[in-house]
Design a protein around this ligand. Structure first.
Ligand SMILES: [Zn+2]
Ligand SMILES: [Zn+2]
Ligand SMILES: [Zn+2]
Length: 433
């Protein structure tokens, strides 16, 4: 009983309340069964009256239990299956959504920088045309041939400038390659499961010496690719007879509009992320661990490590520029984190009041709501497609936080419903079959 109580207590924090009382507990005695088995084999253990009483009590308890089960409303299994599908969809999207949100911050920064450059520019002709064009940084994800465990400590990474002038982290220290750890959160620092990686000994890495919390299991390579965006307004602008100054001013307003649209998409993604997290928190049987919060912490840590490397380098104008950009991304991640927590709090209030939040949103109420929300995200004008592509890449065989195997119950013949099953068992008991 104490063990059972402990087990039940473990689920109470997630709102699953199982009562231990007369209608949910039944006592059976194995002694009388043992007596009968021995008796049938020619051994009489004596005290037959006691065993008879014990047998009769067990029979009564069995009837009582079957009667109780018969009175229960069957649980619709279909809704559990779609709940699991919804949960998986959210889990698969958590990291891609956070990555896209960060990528939007980078693009906002890019447009702000381009606007500032345009204001100071004296370029003419072809050079001016290039400056007017709108660019976007797309996030591309490629699956690695083999999963590896890398170290994220500043001493183990290097920061490279890619062809577009952006700073990207290179995890050069590959401490275990290939690393086939199962059931592990990928692409995230501070992952508890990494303590089991073959490179670790007592929590520290044998290869680089850093703690396992500074490592991460990597399955993908993320690339930031800068592309020129075909913008109708800019295209028309090039063919007008406006002065260079006016062209620049028009290109700046195109960017201001884009920044606004980007911010809106980012907010939609962040709010959807908070709603998904909120949904899981209130619809999970097991204690809920907010993967989004953990991942934003990871993103911040990653940028800080990058900053650590930049700070140790020679202070050139390029280095200063790289530091400024990294600091700005850290700030925007902090803002995302605060907004995420604030939104979660608002949903909590909205649920208590039974009304919408200040932004007019209501908590998601079921798997259909979630699918609708995801479709809305995929349809976002600038970043929807990227999100959908990354999500598709990330879903693969190794993800397996939960392996669920579906068995098809044979059709026809006996109609299986819990009530029928209990009824036939009950009748069998009563008829002594
Ligand atoms: Zn290291
Ligand atoms: Zn390993
Ligand atoms: Zn290491």
């Amino acid at each position: 009983m104490p063990v059972l109580m402990k087990l039940i207590e473990g689920h109470q924090s997630s709102g699953v309340d199982i009562k231990l009382n007369n209608t949910t507990t039944y006592n059976f005695d194995s002694e009388s069964f043992r007596y009968l088995a021995a008796y049938k084999n020619g051994v009489d253990q004596g005290n037959r009256d006691d065993y008879t009483r014990s047998w009769e009590r067990s029979v009564q308890e069995t009837f009582r239990m079957l009667q109780h089960i018969q009175s229960l409303v069957p649980h619709p299994i279909a809704s559990t299956a779609s709940l699991n599908a919804a949960r998986k969809l959210i889990t698969d999207l958590t990291i891609p959504m956070a990555d896209i949100s960060r990528n939007i911050s980078i693009n906002i920064q890019l447009n702000q920088d381009e606007s500032a450059r345009l204001a100071d520019s004296k370029a003419k002709g072809k050079k001016l045309e290039d400056e007017l064009m709108v660019n976007r940084i797309d996030l591309e994800t490629h699956e690695l041939a083999q999963p590896v465990t890398v170290c994220g400590n500043s001493a183990c990474i290097e920061v490279n400038t890619n062809s577009d002038g952006n700073q990207v982290t290179n995890y050069k220290q590959r401490c275990h390659k290939p690393c086939y750890l199962e059931n592990i959160r990928t692409d995230t620092l501070n992952t508890a499961e990494l303590i089991g990686c073959a490179a670790m000994s007592n929590g520290d890495c044998r290869v680089c010496g850093h703690n396992y919390t500074e490592h991460m299991h990597v399955m993908y390579e993320h690339k930031e690719v800068k592309r020129q965006v075909e913008d109708v307004t800019i295209r028309q602008l090039l063919n007008t007879a406006l002065s260079d100054e006016d062209k620049r001013a028009a290109a700046v307003s195109v960017r201001n509009l884009l920044i606004e649209e980007y911010r809106e998409e980012q907010e939609q993604i962040d709010i959807a992320g908070a709603k998904f997290g909120f949904y899981l928190k209130h619809n999970s049987i097991t204690p809920y661990n907010d993967a989004r919060v953990q991942y934003i912490h990871h993103q911040i840590q990653q940028e800080k490590n990058k900053l650590g490397v930049l700070a140790s380098e020679h202070m050139s104008p390029a280095n200063q520029e790289a530091r400024r950009k990294t600091e700005e991304i850290i700030d925007s991640l902090m803002v995302t984190m605060a907004a995420y927590e604030e939104y979660d709090r608002m949903l909590e209030e909205a649920m208590k009041r039974g009304a919408a939040t200040r932004t007019g949103d209501v908590p998601l109420s079921g798997p259909d709501d979630i699918e609708r929300e995801v479709k809305k995200l995929y349809a976002l004008k600038h970043f929807g497609k990227q999100l959908e592509n990354i999500k598709k890449k990330v879903v693969h065989k190794h993800q397996a936080a939960r392996h669920e195997v579906t068995y098809q119950v044979p059709q026809g013949g006996h109609k299986w419903s819990s009530k029928n099953w209990v009824k036939s068992a009950y009748n069998k008991f009563q008829n002594g079959i």
